[in-house]
Design a binder for this molecule. Structure first.
Ligand code: PGA
Length: 250
């Protein structure tokens, strides 16, 4: 069976329950589930139950944008994996560049979070990516491999359940996209790392993120190394998101 392409919407700190309801009214009217693809939403925590309720029966999956590694306790302001699961979440983004660079999340912390997500029965979407200065100094692969180090020691089964999202930091929200070739080169290195550490070569999924739009989604997804897209800005508009999730992929 061929891998299913992933179309993941990262709504960041946008879309309350009301806005998400209005989005779903428009988006779900046109949406048709297809065997060759998966559609995921990562809404803000307060909106997650609304989206879970609205997409019921459509095959669309919903996840959290971030979780803490402890399952429960006195951690004011944090969201746990069990709470996410209870609310109907199936996945969690971990290590998004905004978590790393705005909230100073360390590689070690991302590793603890990925383990918590796996132990709690959700699917981690583990984000990696270099900053502009790191790319310009030729360190892209080194930076990404260092970030992947958070997954060191995971079993093959756990690596198989972990989706990687490569998001060059300089491409996020900037309108600049990595060329499909540049992205492919990093995806190839990520895939090699995953296989070397025990993942099944047929199961590894590496998504691309960073200014993905209806106009560039098709050419990015035409790359054999790109197994899906993680989309911020262009997923906030139901029409534009509809165009992206309908892209033909061979
Ligand atoms: P963008 O964000 O599509 O707005 O660049 C992508 C992301 O941060 O996941």
């Amino acid at each position: 069976m061929t891998k299913r392409v992933v179309f993941a919407a990262n709504w960041k700190m946008h879309m309350g329950p009301e806005g998400a309801g209005a989005f779903c009214d428009v988006f779900l009217k046109q949406f048709e589930a297809r065997d060759d693809r998966e559609v995921w939403f990562f809404p803000p925590a307060v909106t997650l139950p609304t989206v879970v309720a609205r997409v019921k029966g459509t095959g669309i999956l919903v996840g959290a944008q971030n979780v803490f590694w402890e399952p429960k306790g006195a951690f004011t302001g944090e969201l746990s994996v069990p709470l996410t699961r209870e609310a109907g979440g199936a996945a969690a983004l971990i290590g998004h560049s905004e978590r790393r660079h705005v909230f100073s999340e360390s590689i070690e912390e991302t590793g603890r979070k990925v383990r918590a997500v796996l132990d709690g029965g959700l699917a981690p979407v583990f984000c990696v990516g270099e900053q502009l200065a790191e790319r310009e100094s030729g360190n892209t692969i080194k930076v990404v491999v260092d970030q992947l180090g958070a997954l060191n020691g995971l079993s093959s089964e756990d690596l198989d359940r972990t989706i990687i999202a490569y998001e060059p930091v300089w491409a996020i929200g900037t309108g600049k996209t990595a060329t499909p070739r540049d992205a492919s080169e990093v995806h190839t290195a990520i895939r090699a790392w995953m296989i070397q550490h025990g993942a099944d070569d047929k199961g590894v999924r590496v998504l691309y993120g960073g200014s993905v739009k209806p106009a560039n989604a098709e050419v990015l997804l035409a790359e054999a190394e790109i197994d899906g897209v993680l989309v911020g800005g262009a997923s906030l508009d139901p029409e534009s998101w509809q165009k992206i999730v309908s892209v033909e992929v061979n």
